[in-house]
Design a protein. Structure first.
Lengths: 320, 300
């Protein structure tokens, strides 16, 4: 039951397979299948998903093989959009930057919530206070968080973080202007904003670990560290893999931090894939290059969809 | 769910109860927990307290002594100035209108769709729920450009939805996660109740409105809170489809305001923008913390 809290499940009386079970023949409900009322209830979902999800997804695929502008009809151009994207030197910059962001986010953001959650799981009193404090940054609107941190990252000696560094005789650091410091600065804020959610996921998994496993280990003479290594972490492996996948999917699509902190600067050091897609489509003064944007989105999505599939398989197999 | 799983730990966790009684263990735990609490307070609460202080501090004090505990002067006028002169009130109302509409559309789509799939179970249900589920695997980046073009030239409607709230409300409804959540919940409701209602002559509409919805308050609550919070957080999409500043929500307007508003008033605006989400969190803490795991999946 380690993964119970990471999947959508609000009533756990029966398994998820009930939905697929056909109505019992002859029952009153079975007779109501199909017909006008059913269509009425399905309509909002079919219309909204059709127009704003299914059609655009199909359109994304078609568009990446077309030259689209808003004036003339789209023309099929084969793989020209893909060739154009691959010929763009900025693509490799963006791939590297996005990879670097994802890597740093793992280094910063992966161990800290785990350690915090393990410590918190042993808290007997005031656990609610611990959880609430950890989760508070998650509910701060992301734009507010970024704009606030932008102020904290002020490069001057009177900047908030530089003032704190000065207490220890360090700094000042040009957080967002220095090409070496800028990406870690962005990741630090992103980690601050997201870590609380991961802590709560781990905490839910930790309280689900069967106490008898610990008792059995103690009878065999295991100490705290060995219990941690041989019981706690193996019991969490499903959740750890899931948060890993979710984090990869999230960080590969990072937009807000590089857009608001630096707009890709300095010297394209924080130009990420999503920022590049955004620029292709929406900041081109000659009209959006929708074809190139769609082509790059599609390639990124195919890679990420593989991660999503894995995620789905894992949550299914671990929770049933 | 966490509430059900929390039971066994009332007894014990990683540490053995006998170990807990040993003074050396007890004290090291206390010290570790103290340090953790201090770190969480500094990291979690610190920035927001700083913002709360800076919102009522004159600009020069914030610039010169950013870390002083007590401001040299209190300037409550920042808040009123942000609210009136900078027209935060207008953007605040826009944000609320966007959140309310997104909430209504999401709830309508998810509740009716989930009911049809889980309770009425039409023959095509299997394919429809497969198609809805499939969208979970499609990263949101794919939708960006084609959805934008759909808003510019929507089918049937004929006129562009750019600069209308519908451009934010309607796409918000296409949330597979909500449908899945509702469908699961409805499928787990006792079917005997439905059968009984049927026998008493309730049709599918009556069954939905008078039986299923009242029994589904927990899941409606979860979907509602997530809908409001997600809408409040949204930035890129409203920025694209609402280029008219008069219609923009706080999240889109704040970065632009920074350029022509004085720092103390700007910080007051930031503080005002955080009030509703933080307030919602404090009120519905249990809901947030027991279903926080869902948040990661919503992003998809």
């Amino acid at each position: 039951m380690t993964t119970t809290d990471t999947r959508p499940d609000t009533g756990s009386r029966t398994g998820p397979r009930t939905a697929a079970r056909p109505g019992r023949p002859g029952s009153a409900l079975a007779r109501a299948r199909g017909g006008l009322p059913t269509l009425v209830f399905l309509a909002p979902m079919l219309i909204v998903f059709g127009v704003f999800s299914w059609l655009p997804i199909g359109r994304a695929v078609v568009m990446s093989f077309q030259r689209t502008n808003l004036v003339t009809d789209p023309v099929f151009v084969g793989f020209a959009n893909f060739q154009q994207v691959f010929a763009d030197p900025l693509l490799w910059t963006a791939v590297q930057n996005t990879g670097y962001f994802a890597l740093l986010a793992l280094v910063f953001g992966y161990p800290v919530p785990l350690v915090a959650a393990i410590l918190m799981s042993e808290v007997r009193r005031l656990r609610g206070l611990f959880s609430a404090l950890a989760y508070l940054p998650v509910v701060v609107p992301p734009v507010v968080a970024v704009l606030l941190w932008k102020l904290f990252y002020d490069a001057g000696e009177d900047g908030v973080f530089n003032t704190v560094l000065a207490w220890f005789g360090l700094g000042p650091v040009a957080w967002l202007q220095d090409s070496g410091a800028v990406m870690p600065s962005l990741v630090l804020e992103a980690t601050w904003a997201a870590a609380g959610g991961t802590v709560i996921i781990y905490l839910a998994a930790l309280v689900g670990v069967d106490p008898s496993l610990y008792e059995a280990a103690e009878i065999d003479g295991a100490g705290v560290w060995r219990k941690l290594w041989h019981i706690t972490l193996p019991q969490l492996r499903g959740v750890l893999l899931i948060t890993f996948i979710l984090q990869i999917i999230g960080t590969a699509q990072v937009f807000l931090e590089p857009f608001l902190f630096t707009d890709g600067g300095p010297a394209n050091r924080t130009l990420t894939l999503l920022l590049l897609i955004y620029r292709y489509a929406f900041t081109n003064s000659l009209g959006g290059d929708y074809g190139a944007a769609a082509a790059l989105s599609l390639m990124l999505a195919v890679v990420l969809a593989a991660f999503s599939m894995l995620y789905f398989r894992l949550t299914r197999s671990w929770s049933s | 769910m966490a509430t059900a799983a929390e039971k066994p730990t009332a007894d014990r966790g990683l540490l053995a109860p006998t170990d807990r009684k040993r003074p050396s263990v007890r004290w090291s735990i206390r010290i570790l927990h103290g340090l953790l609490l201090a770190a969480l307070a500094v990291a979690g609460l610190g920035p927001m307290l700083w913002l709360a202080k800076a919102a009522v501090t004159p600009t020069q004090d914030t610039l010169r002594h950013p870390m002083s505990l007590w401001p040299g002067g209190i300037d409550l006028a920042n808040l009123t100035e942000a609210w009136t002169r900078v027209e935060i009130d207008k953007y605040f109302l826009n944000t609320i209108a966007l959140a309310a509409g997104s909430w209504a559309v999401q709830l309508l789509v998810a509740a009716t769709g989930g009911y049809a799939l889980a309770v009425l179970r039409p023959r095509i249900g299997r394919y429809v729920s497969g198609a809805v589920l499939a969208t979970l695997f499609v990263p949101s980046v794919v939708l960006l450009v084609p959805l934008y073009l759909t808003i510019l030239d929507p089918p049937v409607v004929g006129t562009s939805m750019l600069n209308t709230f519908w451009a934010v409300w309607l796409p918000a409804g296409a949330n597979a996660f909500n449908v899945l959540l509702m469908q699961r919940f409805f499928a787990n409701l006792p079917r005997e109740v439905f059968e009984a209602a049927r026998v008493d002559g309730a049709g599918p509409y009556r069954l939905f409105w008078s039986i299923v919805l009242p029994m589904s308050r927990p899941v409606i609550g979860v979907v509602s809170v997530f809908a409001v919070i997600a809408s409040w957080k949204d930035f890129l999409w409203p920025m694209l489809v609402l280029p008219d500043p008069a219609l923009q929500p706080l999240s889109v307007r704040l970065p632009a305001l920074q350029q022509f508003v004085e720092l103390d008033v700007f910080l007051a605006a930031l503080a005002i923008s955080s009030l509703i989400p933080i307030g919602l969190f404090l009120v519905f803490q249990r809901l947030f913390l027991s279903s926080a795991g869902l948040g990661g999946a919503v992003k998809g």
